[in-house]
Design a protein around this ligand. Structure first.
Ligand SMILES: O=C(O)CCC(=O)C(=O)O
Length: 265
């Protein structure tokens, strides 16, 4: 991190549905790859439900109790490498059910925030197997206020706007967004960036699981809506440098937040 600049690494990876051991092993290798590039990233981000995938019928049995196993790996990696880690999301088992939860660790390996997906995706039966979170997700990325949303959440612009009004200047979105909705994925993420004049950083999985195909296309979009990095469909580490001062420049040029008329809508 230098000034307002921040180097990002997004881990776009395959997830083996129903096989946490294989996914932990794959993630370990990917994390090593992420820190071993030419320039060490300040922040690493992972995709949605990377520990179990969408093996929902077995999710009670394979979800991570209180996220202990994931927390141990993520915290120790963040501390060892002095990197902030936005741990995608995992299937996390709590006393009252299984949640789809994001953890954020700082460079010392301390868990600084967490968020459980609040909109469950009925097209994939999430509401039958998972419990919904009840609060929006906020974090600090390199000292800057930011928001978190998971996959289907991006269809709810009210949530992104609420986070932006609360000070968020970047939005982090882990996903398992499948074919054939690439057009929705790119358009919705770009719209959230343009309308809220903030960075949108979205890490999708790739590969196939049963009938579902995941197209990857992880994205980093700036507050003007320009795509500054986009992956293809294969496993990869997407690297990008963002300059957070661009948020102020765009908000000054078109003062959307000053021009809102919330009393009328
Ligand atoms: O909204 C979509 O089209 C995809 C959402 C999704 O796959 C999810 O939330 O897991």
């Amino acid at each position: 991190m230098s000034g307002n600049k921040m180097r990002l690494a997004l881990v776009q990876m395959h997830v083996d549905a129903g096989n946490p051991d294989a996914n932990f092993e794959r993630l370990r290798l990917k994390l090593e790859e992420a820190v071993n590039g030419d320039a060490k990233p300040d922040l690493i981000m992972l995709p949605e439900m990377w520990n179990t995938g969408y093996a929902l019928e077995r999710i009670e049995d394979i979800a991570d109790p209180e996220g202990r196993r994931a927390k141990e790996l993520l915290s120790s990696f963040a501390r060892t490498h002095g990197v902030q880690l936005i741990g995608g999301s995992i299937a996390e088992r709590r006393e009252d059910g299984v949640y789809n939860t994001m953890y954020v660790f700082n460079e010392e390996g301390v868990l600084t925030s967490q968020y459980s997906k609040i909109h469950l995706f009925r097209l994939m039966d999430e509401e039958k197997y998972l419990r919904a979170g009840e609060e929006p997700g906020r974090l600090e990325a390199g000292g800057t206020p930011a928001g978190m949303m998971i996959c289907y959440d991006i269809r709810f612009p009210e949530l992104a706007r609420k986070l932006a009004l609360g000070g968020a200047r970047a939005l982090f979105v882990p996903a398992q967004w499948p074919n054939p909705r690439l057009h929705h994925w790119r358009t919705l993420l770009t719209a959230r960036a343009i309308e809220n004049q903030m960075f949108v950083i979205a890490c999708n999985r790739c590969g196939t699981s049963g009938e579902s195909e995941f197209f990857g296309h992880s994205l980093v979009i700036d507050p003007w809506g320009e795509i500054i990095a986009e992956a293809g469909e294969e496993e990869t580490i997407v690297r990008a440098e963002i300059d957070l001062s661009l948020v102020d420049a765009v908000r000054t040029k078109i003062p959307v937040f000053e021009d809102r008329r919330p009393s009328l809508y």
